[in-house]
Design a protein around this ligand. Structure first.
Ligand code: SAM
Length: 186
């Protein structure tokens, strides 16, 4: 299978996930990380840090490619304040997200912020945009997926940079090919 060049469109996106509880059920944050990576984000900032989760995602990157990293942070305010592009807080209370997409597409980099059960109220003030993906409660995973799909599209098949393996799409069944190096999949 030839190595398809990974088409990376749109701004560089980072995701900041608040309200993670290391040691508790890690599945939701893991799914935020996997979804962010799969739909083209560059990194996940996690407050508080979770080295075990970061290591598990690094294993996924080693197998399926990147670039993507999980960066533990001790102070989300610093991430938000230091960010040079628009900061988008995803919340069901915000404005309809479609309004902001044309402006966000023109930005060089975008920070998406998702919470857990609650988010600090000052985030609503610090964010450039408070945006809703529909005005019903759902999930941080869904909110990240929809925003990334609109900003960057869904990557097609083909090996990602640094991948050990890549899926060859099948009408039925599963086929995963090893990737030799920076060349094509064997
Ligand atoms: N009351 C929350 C809110 O402000 O959206 C719902 C909490 S939900 C369990 C956890 C996270 O999912 C939220 O912090 C938000 O980032 C995201 N989320 C849930 N529903 C959303 C929606 N309709 N639009 C955008 N983000 C949403």
């Amino acid at each position: 299978m030839p190595r398809a060049a990974r088409k990376v469109a749109g701004p560089e996106v980072s995701v900041l996930r608040l309200g993670h509880r290391p040691g508790r059920d890690p599945r939701l944050t893991t799914h935020v990380a996997l979804t962010a990576r799969a739909f083209g984000a560059r990194r996940l900032y996690l407050e508080p840090a979770d080295p075990d989760l970061a290591a598990r995602i690094a294993d996924v990157v080693a197998a399926w490619g990147g670039p993507f990293e999980v960066v533990g942070v001790s102070n989300w305010r610093k991430v938000v304040n230091d960010f040079s592009g628009p900061v988008v807080h995803l919340t069901m209370y915000g404005l309809p997200f479609e309004e902001a997409i044309p402006k966000l597409k023109r930005a060089r980099e975008v920070l998406l912020v998702v919470g857990g059960a609650k988010v600090p109220s000052e985030l609503y003030e610090r964010a450039t945009w408070n945006l809703a993906v529909g005005h019903q409660p759902h999930s941080e995973v869904a909110a990240v997926a929809v925003l990334l799909e609109r900003l960057k599209g869904v990557p097609g098949p083909g090996a990602w940079p640094g991948a050990r393996q890549a899926i060859e799409p099948q009408a039925r069944g599963k086929r995963v090919n090893p990737v030799a190096s920076e060349g094509s999949a064997k």
